[in-house]
Ligand binder design. Structure first.
Ligand SMILES: NC(=O)c1ccc[n+]([C@@H]2O[C@H](COP(=O)([O-])OP(=O)(O)OC[C@H]3O[C@@H](n4cnc5c(N)ncnc54)[C@H](OP(=O)(O)O)[C@@H]3O)[C@@H](O)[C@H]2O)c1
Length: 326
């Protein structure tokens, strides 16, 4: 490995603040007491090794751990960007949901509060998936979110939105989303959506940029990426993160290993040839949408496969013929 330095790059947000190029993800399935202790230790390791961005969500069940780690890290809260997200069952009342996050995190404010997915459900305990045009729609929820911007919520944004769903809310919005957090890796590079967001002043964060934790993960194992990694003396994981950051995207790799946490924030500079190969890997290796395989969220509705009531066309991922639009 070559000697690389910690990435301190930041990107501007449309609220006048900025966001680090590399942060730590905190999704890890369930959390027992042991896992919570390990997660707290890994967040503290990350903050002490230079990370200044933590990505979490209500649905990860770890906000309390994230808040505790921030307090115990010794790094001032003012230096850390905290992103959290509210789940579908809160679309009718994001203000109440913000309070849930602030209480769980036990911090005074969140830096960015995201609508986790465009789909909504009825409130808990029922949590019945709603169709795209049923109330609360994304526009109704976004209008409620706009009222949250202030000292306890510095910016609002969305996650898993496309040009189609962004246009739907922007037609009515007075606040442009600061962030759109999307699945982004070389099998699903979003070559159209990223520049679209950037043209609107919406900063893109990528999730599962190393391909996530599934067993068959070409991002870490395919010869194409191994070749680029070898050339730069780094791991395939770092190749993927570097490629995304060079496209102006913030990455939030998750790792439970101290060594990999330290490695993931030390990026390399890819040349034009590497970037072109990465951008084209959806054609030369394969095209793959991780969201298609989150089996617990897929269900049939009105005779069609839906992710919690939304079809791929509703999301704006594909047209009626199945062509990818992102
Ligand atoms: N907005 C959304 O809907 C959404 C959806 C999914 C995820 N997210 C966010 O995005 C974050 C990242 O996504 P993710 O956790 O799904 O996937 P990821 O960060 O792409 O990959 C995590 C996996 O890669 C392994 N890993 C970490 N560093 C590595 C390296 N240098 N080399 C090889 N393997 C490495 C980890 O294992 P070890 O732990 O053993 O290192 C873990 O299994 C999440 O934690 C979450 O905060 C958001």
């Amino acid at each position: 490995m070559t000697d690389r330095t910690v990435c301190t790059k930041t990107f501007p947000l449309n609220n006048g603040r900025s966001m680090p190029a590399v942060g730590l993800g905190t999704w890890q399935g369930g959390v027992g007491t042991k896992d919570a202790e390990a997660l707290e230790a890994s967040i503290i390791d990350a903050l002490r090794s230079g990370y200044r961005l933590i990505d979490t969500a209500q649905s990860y069940g770890v906000e309390a751990v994230v808040g505790r780690a921030i307090r115990n890290s010794g790094v001032p809260r003012s230096e850390i960007t905290v992103v959290t997200k509210f789940w579908a069952n809160w679309h009718h009342d994001p203000a109440a949901s913000l309070q849930v996050s602030l209480d769980a995190l036990d911090i005074d404010y969140v830096d960015v509060f995201l609508m986790h997915w465009p789909f909504a459900t009825t409130p808990a305990p029922e949590m019945r998936p709603l169709r795209k045009n049923e109330s609360p729609t994304i526009v109704e929820t976004w209008k409620l979110m706009e009222k949250l911007v202030g000292p306890r919520c510095r910016a609002i944004g969305v996650s898993n939105f496309t040009q189609k769903t962004l246009e739907e809310i922007m037609a009515e919005a007075t606040v442009v989303p600061a962030v759109n957090q999307i699945e982004l890796h070389a099998m699903n590079p979003n070559l159209k959506l990223v520049p679209y967001c950037q043209s609107k002043g919406i900063h893109v964060m990528g999730w599962s940029t190393m391909g996530g934790s599934g067993a068959d993960n070409p991002i870490l194992t395919h010869e194409l990426f191994k070749g680029i990694a070898q050339k730069h003396g780094c791991s395939t994981g770092v190749v993927s993160l570097s490629w995304a950051v060079q496209r102006g995207v913030t990455v939030i790799p998750k790792s439970s290993s101290k060594a990999r946490i330290e490695e993931n924030i030390k990026l390399v500079t890819l040349d034009d040839e590497d970037m072109a190969k990465m951008n084209d890997a959806q054609n030369t290796v394969k095209r793959f949408r991780i969201a298609d395989h989150i089996t617990r969220l897929w269900m049939e509705m009105d005779g069609k496969p839906t992710l919690q009531g939304w079809t791929r066309v509703d999301f704006g991922w594909e047209d009626e013929q199945g062509n990818w639009l992102t």
